[in-house]
Write a protein of this length. Sequence first.
Length: 550
Amino acid sequence: MKTYTVHEDYFANENSIIDVLNLESFVDATKYRIDNACINTGGWQSWNPCTEVFPGKKQLPLTCHFIHQWNSYLVFPESKYKPSKNIILGQFVTYLRWENLYLVFASVGNVNGILPPVQFIFNRRENSVSIEICDKGNSWKKDDITARIEIFTAESFFECKDKLASIFGNEHFKAVSSLGKKPAGWESWYNHYTDINEKLIYEDLKNLTQSNNIVNTAFNTSKIFQIDDGWEKALGDWQVREDRFPEGFKNIISNIEAAGFIPGLWIAPFIIDSRSSTAKEHPDWLLHDEKGMLVPAGYNPLWGKNGTFYCLDLSRDEVIEHLHSVMDTLINKWGFRYIKLDFLYAGMLWGNYEQKTASYKIYSRALHTITSFTNTKDGSPVTYLGCGVPFELSFKKLPLSRIGCDTYEKWKNPVMRLLRWNGRNEAYLNVVDTLGHALWNKTIFLNDPDVIFIRNENCSLAANQKYLISGVSGMFGSQLMYSDDPGKEDSEEKMMTKILIDYAEKYENEEFGITQTAEDFYKVFTKSGKYNGTINLKDDEVVLIIEENK
């Protein structure tokens, strides 16, 4: 492991480049160069595209020219580097691969501490790797440790995975051990989106308990019932909308518990609508830049004035106290025990903080606060799901996290593709991200691949696409969620449910590996050697095939 320290006191005015490594130091440069390697990009937060960039190919752009508010989603905070013909950017844990030889670069400074997130800059022309840390605003002292980088080789997928598991350990997985081997459940988002209310939630809960749906039929584990966005008065005003939930949440939670489900709730604690009551009462709580302008956190036409929403200044003690109070209400007053924490990347956005320090320190304090409730007041365990989450700073607190972009009830999202936005919600891109993070599952995170789809109503996915999405989720995910209306399953959907249940049972005890062979093509195999298969993501040929070795 390479440990980097400060040689003299200095204040980081921008991200630091702490080292430039020549590839010859690790592999035979006559055979293995960056320009002939497949490069896995890792990603700094959940929605970053993650796949292997093949020799001669360019990395997907991380910015959107049409909606600039989205650029903060995918660009490593405060970095000035962009992907190009010769530059590939990867973060946290990434690798170079030549057939079955992996050269892995892993930033491990947050395994036993809190250090700046790391970006690896792969230069094909120079055959070098630069190491950038997100330390802008930090005051370093001589001999401070700035980064710890583990670099190793492996000669197979499973050797690589085993080494990652030994580096990151399993202590952090205890935080979600109460959910069992592979939790499953239902959430409201991908069927109703924000259009939810008390009557609808009760109907879905009733139908979920009375039908032979995939959650009830396939799994003997914890079952989750999660209410997603649409319950709150406004983004930043985390009180219940009385027009949609006139009884509040007390009776709903009692009914969820009585049905044998863990009550779950969505919240995006670090972002805020400037029109919300909280913003109007505490305008100083919103993060501003050095010119006094609000720092945009993103764009969503459902939120914010003209679609732009903002982030809180998490360096403020009163903001931290406010977030603690919000989480106390959700958990101890209302009784939710599974909390989906979304849009957390906003906590890493740079601004004119009240307390002058680096964003990674500000984010880490805030994350500690919102995950500090490990049990309800009556002693029941509380678990969290991370989403839009900075990977490196969050895996210890949020071991169960989304590891890809939002999925979609369509294989491709034509509007977002026209905008050339590579953090888009899309079933195809979501599957690509899940496959790209296959090595992370049960080594760094318990991967949450997002929901599967069974329904036909309001869903254009073909049967082979649904099967592939579910299969990939089963092979490389640690949680299964779906969002369909369980009271509307027709005969075709019931048949799909049976197919997916049979699939899950057949491969329940198998550990799958993967090798990407070309864009949209993958080989899959099991550690036992019993099964091999292929994945094809091409639009007209989408297929998952697994065969038993004879």
